[in-house]
Structures are given as C-alpha cells and as structure tokens.
Design a protein around this ligand. Structure first.
Ligand code: ADP
Length: 459
C-alpha cells in the first residue's frame, strides 16, 4: 500500500526507528540481567560449596561424619566418592536424588568445578560438582524456581511494556513528523493562495536557522520577482496603450477638425503634415516594440564584423550635425586612431545614434556635445557628453527602463518614445559591453560605453 501523506510516512518511519532502538536497548538490558542472574546463582553455589567444605573441616571430616546431614531452605548437597556413592547427603529425600552425570564427575575429579542444569521431577535444578580431593566431589544443587520466577515476571513486564513503547514511539513520532512537516504545509497553503493570484503575499515564518529558512527566502524572492514581473507587464501594457493612444487621438482629432468644413489647400497640407508626424511616431513606437520583443525572445541575431569605431561615430555625427546646429548646439569629436571593434555595426549604429539623439534632445540651445572614442585599459570606450539638463542620481537607474522618462508629463509635444535607452542597453549588453551614466541635474551628462577587449559573444 502506498502511503501518500509525507507526514504519515515520516511518523511511521520514526515509530519503527524509535521502537527498534528502545527494543534493542531493552533486549540487551534483559540479556545482561538474565546472564547476571545465572552468574550470581552459580557464584553463590561455589561460595556455598566452599563454605560447606570449611564447615565440615574438609574431606576427612566429611568422611568421618558420613551420617551428617545439613539442610538448607532449598539447597541440598551430597558428597559423592569417585565410584558415585553418596557419602553425605543433605536430605534423604527421593526428590533430591538427582541423577548423577558420570562424565561431569570425571572431569570434576581432575580438579575443576562444573555445573549442570537438569530437570528433575518437574523442576529445574542447577547442580555444582565441586572437587573435594582426588576421590571425592561435593555436589550442591539448588532449585532454579526463584530465578525462573524473576525471569518470568520480567517477561510478563516486557509483554506489557512493548505495546506501551510502541504507543509512546508512535506519539512522539507523530509530534516530530508534525513539527518537521508543518513549515512545508504552511508553504503549501501559501502556494495555494498564490495560485489564486495573490502574489503580493509573503510567507511570514520565524527563522529557525534550518534549511526551511532558505526555502522560505527563495520562495519570497521568487514571489517578489513574479510580482515585479506582473507589475512591469501591467505598467508596460498600460504604457504601450497610452503611447499609442496619444498619436492616434491627435491623428483622429486633426482629421475630424479638417473634415468639418471645406478648407484651403494649405490647411489640408498642415493637417497632413501633422498626421504624418503622428504616423511616423506610431511606426517608431511599433518598430521599437518589435525590436524589444525580438530581443526578449532571443530571435535577434548579431551579424558580426570588424569595423572602425571612429569611422562609424563620424558618420553618425555627420547625420546629426545639421539638427544639432538647428538646436543651437556645437559638436566636438576626439577619436583615437584605429580603434576597432568586432560587432554588429548596424545595431551599434542604432545604439550610438540613440545616445547622440538624446544629447541633442536634452541639451538647451548654446550647449555643447562631445563625442570621444579611445582605448581605456585596452577596452574600446566611447563617451558621449553634453552640457544639457542632466539627470538626478535617483533617476539614473530608471532611465534604461522601458517607457521611462524623467519628465513624466506626457502632455505637450512628445519628445521621444521612452524606449531608446532600453534598446541601446540591450545592444551594448549583447556585445558584452557596459553602459554607465555620470550626470547631475542641470549639469549635463556623460554616457560611457565600455566594450571588452577581446571575444565578443554572438548571442
Ligand atoms: P526618450 O525617447 O524619452 O528619449 P530614452 O529611453 O532614450 O527615451 O531616454 C529615457 C529618458 O532618459 C529620457 O526621457 C530622458 O528623461 C532621460 N535622458 C536620456 N538621455 C538624456 C540626456 N542626455 N540628458 C538628460 N536626460 C536624458
């Protein structure tokens, strides 16, 4: 039969182990008591034999006083000569005429005492053959009745004791099993609550320094990440809907207003231009989301090639220069010669462009943007600095999150999708590079990108 309950299985196992241990202990105690009882019995017989010989003034007296009879409560003795004739007997009673074992007699006459256990007239006796001299032995016997009674009582007690041991073990085992399994049961009941969607709950258990503490910690950390994931998914979905809704609302509003009455060609042109910019923004959001979704699903493949970093940066700067000038900004460049990198040039162009675009976007007129590329400790390093609005220390860790903007007001003219830095970070990380930001609100920002010297993993 398969027992499903872990607690019950544990309790049964504990019961078996505890019962076996107590039984083994009780059994060895019993064995010890049993052999000690018989040993003491034999020792006493020897002591009696010695005392008897001293009392009878050794063999000569024994022989001379052949008729002497001494009687003890249930001890009887006889002196027997080497032919097996009784010289002295403690009681001339049929009951105590134990059969004589001539083999033991012969060994005893050689000088060593010997014991024999016999059943005589329904009663067990322990007989001692004790050498008196080379011709005579003293035989003392004593009924084993009292000793057997003690063993019998012990046996009866054990029979009563064993079921009690079993019950006691079962009780202790159940308690142990309950205590051992109760944290797991608590975790299970939490897991059941979580299954119903309550991921905000945490297992609240007093730490006891056991492995269960680690399990609870891991479980709570897992819940934390699940909760964070769910929240970020919710935030993401709501951000996506919001980001898409804004240009759609503006598009719809513009078209509805334009259609209300007949308008001049210039007015239609303005509406179309506004609509185009909304459509471009929509398609940029969709493109960026598509990129991130492919990045999340690991379906983006890097097309690795060796290229010159300054050359790529120069071409990006040239594309952006007119826009920077239009914003009233100047761009300075400082490149170390022959700085090569193995990577996906198109993706890296996208990443560097995002950073330069941001520098232009977030630097007020009159500011300066500096783009540098050099080897630092043999690591190709790119730094894009601006003298713009800067980012406060608290905001820096957030700017790489999807849809995160330092300026949260989505009203007014939209400045970006809020996805650029998430994409940039993904691309840099895919090249085993790192991106850092040094910035202070109002004091401009430095975006630093460091690539590893060698080996770029194609992930
Ligand atoms: P966005 O499309 O809004 O620019 P990004 O992901 O590129 O989205 O940037 C996230 C946010 O980080 C921006 O909204 C802006 O608040 C901040 N940020 C990025 N670059 C700079 C910069 N050079 N100076 C100041 N703030 C910046």
């Amino acid at each position: 039969m398969l027992i499903k309950s872990f607690r019950l299985r544990l309790a049964i196992l504990y019961t078996i182990i505890i019962s076996l241990m107590i039984s083994a202990f009780a059994f060895s105690l019993y064995r010890e008591y049993h052999s000690e009882l018989y040993k003491t019995f034999d020792d006493n017989l020897i002591k009696d034999a010695k005392a008897e010989l001293i009392a009878e003034n050794k063999t000569s007296t024994i022989r001379q006083n052949a008729e002497m009879v001494r009687k003890y409560s249930n001890e009887f003795y006889r002196v027997i000569n080497s032919e097996g004739k009784f010289i002295i007997a403690s009681a001339d009673n049929e009951k105590y005429r134990w059969p004589l074992n001539m083999d033991i007699m012969r060994i005893t006459l050689k000088g060593t005492p010997n014991f024999e256990t016999i059943k005589h007239k329904g009663e067990n006796y322990r007989l001692l053959y004790y050498p008196v001299d080379s011709e005579n032995i003293l035989r003392i016997g004593e009924s084993l009745y009292d000793t057997e009674q003690k063993i019998l009582i012990l046996n009866r007690l054990s029979k009563m004791f064993f079921p009690l041991i079993f019950l006691f073990s079962a009780l202790i085992s159940w308690l142990f099993a309950w205590k051992a399994v109760s944290p797991v049961i608590k975790i299970k009941s939490f897991a059941e609550q979580i299954r119903t969607g309550r991921v905000e709950k945490r297992i609240d258990m007093r730490p006891k320094g056991s492995e269960i503490d680690d399990l609870v910690k891991i479980f709570n950390e897992m819940l934390e990440s699940i909760q964070n994931f769910i929240e970020s998914q919710k935030r993401f979905t709501s951000d996506v809907s919001h980001e898409i809704r804004s240009p759609l609302t503006s598009l719809r509003g513009n078209i509805e207003v334009a259609l209300r009455k007949k308008r001049h060609a210039e007015e239609y042109e303005t509406v179309l231009q506004n609509s185009l910019s909304d459509i471009l923004r929509l398609s940029k959001i969709v493109d960026n989301l598509l990129f991130l979704s492919r990045a999340d699903n690991n379906t983006l493949e890097l097309r690795m090639q060796r290229f010159d970093i300054p050359q790529l940066l120069k071409s990006i700067t040239e594309q952006k220069r007119s826009r920077a000038i239009a914003h009233g900004l100047s761009i300075a460049e400082e490149y170390q010669e022959h700085l090569e990198l193995l990577g996906d040039m198109d993706l890296l162009e996208q990443a560097f462009s995002n950073i330069v675009d941001n520098a232009i976007k977030y630097t007020p007129s009159g500011g300066k943007i500096t783009i540098k590329a050099m080897n630092v400790d043999n690591n190709p390093t790119i730094v894009v600095s601006d003298t713009g609005v800067g980012i406060s220390q608290e905001e820096i860790p957030n700017i790489f999150e999807r849809f995160y903007r330092v300026d949260k007001s989505r009203s007014g003219k939209p400045r970006g999708t809020g996805l650029g830095l998430s994409i940039t970070k993904w691309i840099i990380n895919a090249h085993n590079g790192k991106i850092f930001v040094k910035s202070r609100a109002g004091a401009g920002s430095d975006f630093v990108i460091v690539f590893p010297q060698k080996k770029i993993k194609n992930s």
